[in-house]
Design a binder for this molecule. Structure first.
Ligand SMILES: [Zn+2]
Length: 426
């Protein structure tokens, strides 16, 4: 491999710098360091020069007063993830996924790879799902990324029923993060789901701390968080059969809660019976609708808006089919010109409108103009008429205005996007 290359066999021919580096690495040419990685002791050769150019940790490892020798043993490191990291150091390329993001982030932090850390944070922000939301929340907490943490909390509050039933995800949360969710006044979930999540989390913590799973241990580990479960909102059946039998509550507590469940006005329990509020609000700008609005995938309907309070936009309202009883629409939607996503919705003529919920809540600041854009594919729909430019909805004032992005001709007076679905940020 390292002999004098003839012109025809020269592997460098036609390769850019990065490709040459990758060739050197993958073919083990002139490597001057060997990593012995993982429990399987996989041998992974590399070049100190490349690693030093990319990481201050490798620089200290190879050039400092305590510089190490040619062989470095990393028995606690996963070989697959380490090779991903090395590939990134040689090429700037890496495949981050929901499965490997946490492991990559840990190594990125360990080797001070700031760009890679940012890539992982961005991945978590843009790939929130019921599977990843708890990881994103805990990562935001652990790495002090408040933006990521807040986006994840918002997502979980909106999708709590699904997220909190994913035991393996919930058990990744620290006590502070679990407490934040269980004490939330604005979370869309029933108390039995919250209770089950709390118990599963505490059982998992018992395992991590080497404690036997006993009612006392669960209660001790949950601490004050237990008092944020709103037991009086549970059904008598669930409380008696699923809560009382755990032995988590004292007899006095159980009796007081049962009394409140059966007779809510008695308020004899110290546990809150106040329903959690996840208030979804809607603003509508067309007082009347007519016919008909047509679509072409190369034209957008758009409307600009601003409001006088900080809100989160959860979705938009669109007009449904006029000429058919039922129709399928494909919608590409975006707000602020970003956060674009595509979805398919089945809509009914009887309902006139249908809702399109965004995958993530989008923060909208007061008195800033944003543009809501939709590209629609489907049969003709109703359209709005006599549009209002100022609408007050649940104490929030919205002003609608026209935008040049609306190439399918929606205006403030007529067209699509009759409304916005939102939550007030308190
Ligand atoms: Zn946490």
């Amino acid at each position: 491999m390292e002999g004098n290359p003839t012109e025809s066999s020269d592997w460098r021919k036609g390769k850019a710098l990065v490709e040459c580096h990758m060739y050197m690495w993958t073919n083990h040419i002139a490597c001057d360091v060997i990593f012995v990685v993982g429990t399987e002791k996989e041998i992974i050769p590399a070049h100190k020069y490349i690693l030093i150019t990319r990481s201050s940790v490798f620089e200290a490892m190879f050039t400092g007063p305590f510089s190490t020798t040619r062989e470095i043993i990393l028995s606690d490191t996963d070989a697959v993830v380490f090779k991903d990291i090395l590939k990134f150091l040689y090429s700037d390329e890496i495949d981050v996924s929901s499965e490997n993001v946490t492991a990559i982030l840990i190594l990125a932090e360990h080797y001070s790879l700031h760009n890679l850390e940012d890539m992982c944070f961005q991945f978590l922000e843009s790939h929130l799902s019921t599977q990843t939301a708890c990881t994103a929340m805990e990562t935001g907490h652990a790495y002090e990324r408040s933006g990521l943490w807040e986006i994840a909390v918002d997502y979980i509050e909106m999708h709590a029923s699904e997220v909190l039933q994913m035991t393996s995800s919930v058990s990744n949360l620290c006590h502070d993060c679990l407490h934040r969710l269980i004490s939330s006044a604005q979370i869309d979930v029933k108390e039995n789901v919250i209770f089950n999540a709390a118990i599963k989390w505490a059982e998992s913590e018992c395992g991590k701390r080497g404690r036997d799973v006993t009612p006392d241990a669960l209660r001790d580990i949950l601490g004050d968080t237990l008092f944020h479960i709103r037991f009086p909102l549970m059904s008598p059946d669930f409380f008696v059969n699923s809560v009382s039998r755990t032995g988590l509550l004292t007899e006095v507590e159980r009796n007081a809660i049962l009394e409140t469940i059966l007779c809510p006005k008695s308020k004899s329990s110290s546990f809150s019976g106040e329903p959690r509020k996840f208030v979804v609000r809607r603003v509508s700008r067309y007082p009347v609708h007519g016919e008909e609005w047509k679509y072409d995938w190369s034209y957008d309907d758009a409307v600009a808006f601003k409001c006088d309070r900080k809100i989160q936009v959860l979705g938009c309202i669109l007009y449904g089919p006029k000429t058919e009883a039922k129709a399928e629409y494909t919608i590409k939607a975006s707000i602020k010109g970003e956060s674009q996503f595509t979805t398919t919705v089945e809509a009914r003529s009887d309902d006139v409108t249908y809702d399109v919920m965004f995958p993530n809540a989008l923060n909208v600041d007061a008195n800033i103009v944003y543009t809501m854009t939709v590209t629609i594919s489907g049969p003709p729909s109703f359209k709005g008429l006599c549009g209002m430019t100022k609408v007050v909805a649940d104490g929030v004032t919205f002003w609608f205005s026209e935008t040049s992005r609306s190439t399918n001709h929606t205006t403030t007076a007529s067209g699509q996007i009759p409304g916005i679905i939102f939550k007030i940020v308190t």
